[in-house]
Design a protein around this ligand. Structure first.
Ligand SMILES: Cc1ncc(COP(=O)(O)O)c(C=O)c1O
Length: 439
């Protein structure tokens, strides 16, 4: 099959050139890395034309599908009209985008700063929290992931994503609401939400009592789709407000219809003070952002923050077209409906496969935790590698997460169909059966 590439390199040649010219820090999935040549909505094609059902969406990013033609057309038009000026000049696309964000975001979050990535969004969100409160201490969650700058890594609660100390100080961690591996040895709902209550203990014992903000992903993505109970964020919010802090929701993975609503935090009935976004914001186009209320963002004076590429016309058009596509095709509802369908099917797999210790998540952000045995809950790390490889061989791409890399992450483009779900479940069923036989 013609992959449409201008210049195709054979597999071995590409690997050799990658190794020669790209830094080894860029790790790839799979024992034999996948050489992707083309994308079409929920499908990817490798260099030999083999078709894959993409259930990871370029790490939870391509919400409206790969190379979505409706979106691509608008991007192409903008590329031919105006590509870059910086925010030192007036351009319309970034204003259109910010206005749309204000319309779809919860509460009175009104003003946006558009940047290039989730990491940059984390930096900006914490900067504005510091400027507004005049404080510098943050509460973050264990098992979290907020990006790769020094500040973002300082807020990240996983050792394997924290490299190259020292970090900015003032970050204190509390246990996340990881019910399957509860730090307090409790079982929801009879747990009195100890993890939420501990936020107050940490503020009182590990900070000056004056925190700038609490930051959390509504559902922890890289951490293994850790999904808090319904009361969790309300309880935390009350504590954070009591101590004068702001609530920052990291919507980099949970935003833009992923969980069944525009933003994940709305599933918990909480309106954050600041929200960050990236990934599904641009459907694959490099764009990030953070937004807050008029009062809070007024603390950043003109010129105190800037990003050369931030809000460039092409990225802004791409993100707006993506949001409009999600809206006009009601992808959030598709995520909710198919998410429930898929979760039930995964729970059914769990009843037949001992290797599955837990199934969790919301909408099309689902996690399947693999364990060596259900009593010890020992992470099935080696088995996870086999599951990934074999799913790929059968044409299904899934993601990997969790502190021990033993959680299957199912986060497809939101355009998938019921038939796609059935195909994925059949492949997983077959693969898990084979892997279990070897345990
Ligand atoms: C929840 C969350 N926040 C922030 C980031 C950082 O985003 P980026 O890789 O665009 O810098 C990520 C990336 O995986 C993420 O998952």
């Amino acid at each position: 099959m013609d992959t449409g590439l201008r210049k195709k390199l054979d597999y071995d040649a590409l690997i050799e050139r990658k190794n020669n010219y790209l830094m080894p820090v860029l790790a790839t999935y799979y024992t034999k890395p996948l050489y992707v040549a083309r994308g079409d909505m929920q499908y990817l094609y490798d260099i030999d034309g083999k078709k894959y059902l993409d259930f990871f969406a370029g790490v939870v990013t391509v919400n409206s599908g790969h190379c979505n033609p409706e979106i691509a057309e608008k991007i192409i038009e903008q590329v031919k009209t105006l590509q870059h000026t910086t925010s030192l000049y007036l351009t319309q696309p970034v204003v259109d985008l910010a206005e749309k964000l204000a319309r779809i975001s919860p509460g009175n979050l009104q003003k946006s700063f558009i940047c290039n990535s989730g990491t940059e969004a984390t930096e900006g969100a914490t900067l504005v929290a510091k400027m507004y409160t005049g404080r510098y201490e943050f509460i973050a969650l264990r098992n979290s992931f907020h990006g790769r700058s020094l500040m973002a890594m300082a807020l990240t609660g996983q050792y394997n994503w924290r490299v190259g100390n020292p970090y900015s100080f003032g970050v204190n961690f509390v246990s996340s609401a990881y019910c399957y591996r509860c730090s307090y040895g409790q079982k929801y709902p009879g747990c009195n939400l100890e993890c939420a209550k501990d936020v107050e203990n940490i503020i009182r014992t590990s900070t000056s009592g004056k925190i700038a903000a609490f930051i959390a992903e509504p559902i922890q993505g890289n951490g293994g789709v850790v999904t808090p109970p319904p009361e969790y964020f309300k309880e935390v919010e009350a504590i954070v407000k009591k101590y004068g802090g702001l609530m920052i929701a990291d919507e980099v993975q949970t935003g833009f219809g992923r969980t069944g609503k525009w933003f994940g935090i709305s599933q918990w009935g909480v309106v954050p003070d600041i929200m960050t976004m990236a990934k599904g914001f641009g459907n694959g186009w490099p764009i990030g952002g953070f937004m807050s209320t008029t009062e809070i963002v007024d603390s950043l004076k003109p010129g105190q923050h800037f990003s050369t590429f931030g809000g460039n016309p092409v990225a802004s058009v791409a993100a707006l077209a993506n949001i409009e596509y999600i809206e006009s095709h009601d992808l959030a509802s598709n995520s909710e409906v198919l998410g429930k369908y898929l979760k039930n099917k995964l729970l059914d797999l769990m009843s037949r496969h001992e290797i599955i210790g837990d199934v969790r998540g919301m909408g099309l952000m689902l996690g399947v935790e693999l364990v060596k045995d259900r009593d010890t809950k020992a992470p099935a790390k080696e088995e996870m590698v086999k599951v990934m490889d074999r799913c790929k061989d059968k044409g299904l791409l899934i993601g990997k997460g969790g502190l021990d890399g033993n959680v299957i992450r199912i986060k497809p483009p939101l355009v998938i169909t019921r038939e796609n779900c059935d195909t994925a479940i059949d492949i997983l069923d077959e693969v898990l059966t084979g892997v279990e036989k070897e345990m």
